[in-house]
Design a protein around this ligand. Structure first.
Ligand code: HEM
Length: 476
């Protein structure tokens, strides 16, 4: 159990569905799953370590007991594979990328890709991240005082820009808006969970939207292939120290440390798209929720501002590590609104979980949304209190009680990239702007692939008179 200090009574409980006392009956459950899966969780799930639910095609085990989570995701992870629904939702059309592949192919890809997201590499992207935040600063600064913006849409643009600058360094070739529209179309199709999915009908049976998905994938592949061709030409022609130091160069150069083999074109292409899709909406939502929560909490906003004023003026080296308060605010936003609200797995062989028998093909659901608000694991679970993540208290949070990035072998490869990006962007934007929620805004969490604010996040933006523009070292 976590210790919470005395001033918790003053903390703010942000909007979230009220869990019904009675579990939903099948028809209402299916309707809620389609509309907003967050509304499916009845009160017992937030109190019970493990619950078993009968679905039309299999038993589902809703697992929020830290020991059982450890068993599924770490100790006996080989027995629990990603299930078809999760793959369809998170990585539709990206069958050759790290999110989808399994077994030896996954091991080989993870070995090749891990160094691309190592701490040193991620730290080297600090300038690119600041450059992207500067783009937002300029755009917002050019609007009139108190202009209305949709922060959720703005953060989606920002995170796409960060990925473009770090993967391709010179941005995405072609029309940026067209690319963003195609990304939206892709998310609209993959996010569709229909009755066929819920009934367990095999993925080989065509689903609505399949044609649109194929056209969108074809469009992406065309763009990525052109970029790869150009880069391969440059890599062959230029000495190593003159080629762009971005993820694409690393990806095309990186051989598997144990076999010396490079990835196939299909794998490189699929992984670029995997990074773009897995790292874009997720980080944008983390940032949107962080901005929203700070807008409702003057004390924490003031603390973030004070820290940002001090640290953004310092050296680039180690910047994200020095933004301790800001990072705590981001981690608390990830607790209350985890962008990936539920993970699932399917049992290969029979097993036992917390004394309950699991048959082969049993579906395991671990919902960070429920885990992070679980009554047995957190005090004041629904309250916004970043001090839980401040040094000294951070260590009291159980390793398996907080999983915004998953855990075990399939843990998010981009976790430190995302945390660094969100922390730096939140600090800079909070320091430079007043962001005030539109008076008529109805903020509500909607789980649609990622956990996003339904209807966006309309806010009034006003540049703050903090006596400085972006520091001079920021690139235009
Ligand atoms: C706040 C932002 C992010 C959140 C909350 C998040 C969350 C997650 C979660 C929960 C998983 C594990 C899924 C599972 O176990 O079933 C995952 C996997 C993954 N994420 Fe992230 N992610 C974020 C940002 C990123 C970024 C920035 C990238 C890349 C640029 C990325 C790339 C991936 C990949 C490739 C995997 C699959 C790893 C594997 O299976 O080996 N993610 N992410």
């Amino acid at each position: 159990m976590l210790r919470i200090d005395g001033d918790i009574a003053r903390t703010y409980c942000p909007p979230a569905p009220r869990a019904p006392e009675e579990p939903l009956r099948l028809f209402r459950l299916l309707a809620a799953l389609k509309r907003n899966p967050l509304e499916c969780w009845s009160a017992a799930f937030f109190r019970e370590p493990i619950a078993k639910v009968r679905l039309p095609f299999a038993d589902a085990f809703l697992v929020h007991d830290p020991n059982a989570i450890r068993h599924v995701l770490v100790d006996n992870a080989d027995n629990y594979r990603k299930d078809p629904i999760q793959r369809r939702i998170l990585a539709n059309g990206l069958s050759d990328g790290l999110l989808s592949v399994e077994d030896a192919r996954w091991e080989a890809q993870r070995r090749v890709l891990a160094p691309l997201f190592a701490r040193r590499t991620v730290m080297s992207f600090t300038q690119a991240m600041l450059t992207a935040v500067d783009g937002v600063t300029k755009r917002w600064g050019s609007l009139g005082r108190g202009a209305m913006i949709d922060v959720a849409a703005e953060m989606a643009l920002l995170t796409l820009n960060v990925l473009a600058l770090t993967i391709f360094s010179d941005g995405i070739a072609g029309d940026y808006n067209e690319f963003r529209d195609a990304m939206n179309a892709y998310f609209a199709v993959i996010g569709r969970i229909g009755v066929l999915d819920l009934l367990g009908v095999p993925q080989s049976v065509p689903r609505p939207g399949g044609g649109r998905l194929r056209r969108t994938m074809h469009y992406f592949e065309g763009i990525i292939d052109r970029i790869i061709d150009t880069r391969r030409g440059r890599l062959a022609a230029l000495p190593a120290d003159e080629t762009p130091a971005d993820l694409l160069t690393l990806l095309l150069r990186a051989p598997d440390p144990s076999t010396g083999q490079s990835m196939s074109l299909a794998e490189v292409r699929s992984n670029i798209l995997t990074f773009l899709s897995a790292g874009h909406e997720t980080t944008a939502n983390a940032l949107s929720w962080s901005i929203f929560l700070l807008s409702q909490s003057p004390d924490w906003r003031a603390r973030v501002r004070e820290e940002a004023a001090r640290e953004l003026a310092g050296p680039l080296e180690g910047l994200a590590d020095r933004l301790v308060v800001t990072r705590a605010a981001v981690e608390e936003a990830l607790r209350l609104y985890p962008p990936i609200a539920a993970l699932s797995r399917m049992a290969k062989d029979a097993d036992t979980l917390g004394g309950i028998a699991v048959k082969p093909r049993g579906l395991i659901v671990i919902a960070p949304y429920v885990l992070h608000r679980h009554r047995l694991l957190w005090e004041q679970p629904d309250a916004f209190d970043p001090s839980r993540f401040m040094p000294g208290r951070r260590g009291t949070i159980g390793r398996f009680a907080y999983l915004p990035f998953g855990i075990g072998p399939r843990i998010c490869i981009g976790a430190s990239f995302a945390l660094q990006e969100a922390t730096i962007a939140l600090a800079a934007l909070t320091q430079r702007f007043d962001l005030e929620l539109a008076p008529d805004a109805k903020v509500w969490p909607l789980q649609k692939i990622t956990l996003r604010p339904e209807n966006g996040l309309p806010m009034r933006v006003t540049p703050r008179d903090c006596g400085e523009g972006p520091p001079e070292r920021f690139e235009e």
